[in-house]
Design a protein around this ligand. Structure first.
Ligand code: FES
Length: 254
């Protein structure tokens, strides 16, 4: 029975009774209960987009059952979920063949495909491509309030990029896009006093840590953070490592 007070719902996964919260995605609830479901485009920090199609499961409500992606399917009272049925695995294998053609250079895709015994694809591959166009970089950029990225092109030409494929004035080089990228195709390089994100045509100067002298974050990013937190920029003059050391020193026993 659904608990009205705390919005808890009960559902079954392969016969096992599980609990979820109203509004929670089925994938989150499954993982919380220790079930393994593959995914590439899901991240708790942003809304689900259902791009990679790997998180397929079979759900049954009443007498009707269907295959669905679990990342954008809400948990519901009385739902019955099956994970790796023949039908789920058959569809997931086709999805993996498509992903292998879309991004053959992505190790995460190749590894996942290998787990399902797939090493070749019947679809036309795009050699050298390592992006699966899941849009996670775009969604996290939106979530941090920067909005420097979007999709351009259509069909097989669709790709995540900056407006007009040029350096975006909005991009602060925070690197959140690289942190969440499931294939590692967004690369952040800090060298010679600059942060470079080649995929977004970005090269911005790094601020040097006041204590150790190491370049640690783009100046534009620190200025934005200081503005948002209503802090003097001087409070962000040290790199996280030196800040941690200074903090620990304050609490050191005499
Ligand atoms: S994680 Fe659900 S579609 Fe990618």
């Amino acid at each position: 029975m659904a608990d009205e007070k705390c919005n808890v719902v009960e559902f079954k996964v392969q016969g096992q009774i599980c609990q979820g919260t109203l509004g929670e995605s089925l994938l989150s609830a499954l993982r919380r209960h220790g079930f393994e479901v593959p995914s590439l485009c899901f991240h708790e920090a942003v809304s689900s987009y259902g791009a990679c199609r790997l998180c397929l499961v079979e759900v049954k409500k009443g007498r009707r059952s269907k295959l669905t992606t679990s990342c954008n399917y809400p948990v519901q009272e009385g739902l019955e979920v099956q994970l790796d049925t023949d039908e789920v695995v058959r569809h997931r294998r086709i999805v993996l063949q498509l992903l292998l053609a879309a991004a053959p250079a992505a190790k995460a895709v190749r590894d996942l495909a290998a787990r399902y015994g797939i090493e070749e694809t019947p679809f036309v591959p795009r050699p050298e491509e390592d992006c699966i166009q899941c849009g996670l970089c775009i969604r996290i950029c939106e979530a941090v309030g920067v909005n420097a990225l979007g999709f351009a092109g259509r069909g097989v030409s669709k790709h995540a990029t900056t407006p007009y494929e040029e350096t975006s004035a909005a991009c602060v080089g925070c690197g959140a896009c690289a942190d969440v990228c499931p294939t590692g195709c967004v690369k952040v390089v800090d060298a010679d006093g600059f942060r470079t994100i080649e995929r977004w045509h970005l090269k911005v100067p790094l601020t040097l840590c006041k204590t150790c002298g190491r370049g640690f974050a783009p100046e534009v990013h620190l200025t934005r953070m200081a503005g948002q937190a209503k802090l003097e920029i001087a409070h962000l003059a040290n790199c996280p490592k030196c800040r941690g050391r200074a903090f620990a020193a304050e609490f050191r026993l005499p």
